[in-house]
Ligand binder design. Sequence first.
Ligand code: FAD
Length: 447
Amino acid sequence: MTFSKTSRQQTIQDLKNEPLDLLIIGGGITGAGVAIQAAASGIKTGLIEMQDFAEGTSSRSTKLVHGGIRYLKTFDVGVVADTVSERAVVQGIAPHIPRPTPMLLPIYDEPEATYDMFSVKIAMDLYDQLAGVTGTQYANYTIDRNEVLQREPGLKADKLKGAGVYLDFVNNDARLVIENIKEADELGAHVASHVKAVGMTYDAQGRVNGLEAHDELTDETFKINAKLVINTAGPWVDKVNALNTKAPKHETLRPTKGIHLVVDDSRLPVPQPTYFDSGLHDGRMIFVVPREGKTYFGTTDTDYTGDYKHPRVEQPDVDYLLKAVNNRYPNVQIKLADIEASWAGLRPLIANNGSSDYNGGGANAGKVSEESFNHLIDTVNNFENKTAVRGDVEKAISQLKTAHAEETTNPSQVSRGSDLKTAENGLLTLSGGKITDYRKMQPVRLI
Ligand SMILES: Cc1cc2nc3c(=O)[nH]c(=O)nc-3n(C[C@H](O)[C@H](O)[C@H](O)COP(=O)(O)OP(=O)(O)OC[C@H]3O[C@@H](n4cnc5c(N)ncnc54)[C@H](O)[C@@H]3O)c2cc1C
């Protein structure tokens, strides 16, 4: 039966009557990714979403599929490799959704700059190596100050040294979720929106064997039986885990809020996505993205405890972003009255991963081995002293990649920044991660 509003009642009947192998709570990208992989593996799968599909964080992102180039500043190659290689896979699966779009990274001669012209080239070369785009039309390059200002005359000229240009992808986050949900349904999963998990059911040994679910449209409460239940409720995972009254509680998340603001592109014309240091001495970076006649920019990163369904854009968020953008585009001076739209989302950030403006792993995320790291540093020093050539640096970079490739052969490894936990009574929880690596964090191979 085609997945549609009219098939929903039948789906709910199926959820009530057919015992499942796997029941997924949450229809954002994480749940949708698990559903498609499980259904494709022949696992009898159900998924319930209490709102519309993707109505949580998965429609409120910066809408990029990318690897987080800034992590290369600290050589967090593991984080970047996970995501940047997935970028290509996601594009292969859904070429109509993420679009290859070179990103401009202006470089300023400022004490707290993430990159200078030399280190940005190293980072971009490594990024391209990990992504497999070296030597293609999408290979990175640098441009000088004059060319940057030709492309983006509004950018601050003072202390501008030039820019790096490297490949990333502009995404349609909610659509990616919907396509996965539809495909999961076609593969036989029973998928229903506006159905909320309100309680757990248990077998005689106290193990979770299903859910009590509430149909938010008809007000009916019913039971769903499943051998395994997985909580993929994004920022809500701790709230869903609180329904599991027969297991000890462990707080997993420290949700943080991120907002974006939208202006007409005539107010902030940028020919390509641009990514720069905030300039506000907080080590953060800001994206400015052109899209369909508008330009949006973000994001912020502040601890959040309010209403999870309706996080709001507040004055301090707006003030922060306007300050950062107006600092980089001094002749533009965006004002409150220019803002046409906005959105706010909650990062399902793993509590001990530390804060991150791009939801990836924090400072402890997988680094390269000390040996290969030291070798790269030595080679870069030699290059600067003119006792090594560029090819030596590239070789050292590719050796870093080799070190990571060995690491990733461990089959139990899920994406860094994400977390898979099993409660004592069997409830699985999968949280964290990013849209970019949603496939990599899915645990079906572990079930
Ligand atoms: C500001 C910001 C910018 C970001 N930018 C990017 C980016 O550019 N690229 C990128 O790759 N990632 C980005 N991310 C990260 C990415 O958006 C998230 O990691 C991802 O969307 C999380 O998906 P999820 O499925 O885990 O959570 P969600 O999308 O929130 O899905 C969880 C779902 O569970 C449902 N739910 C909750 N409780 C229940 C219940 N009791 N019963 C049934 N359903 C329930 C919710 O309604 C929700 O739809 C960004 C995040 C933020 C906040």
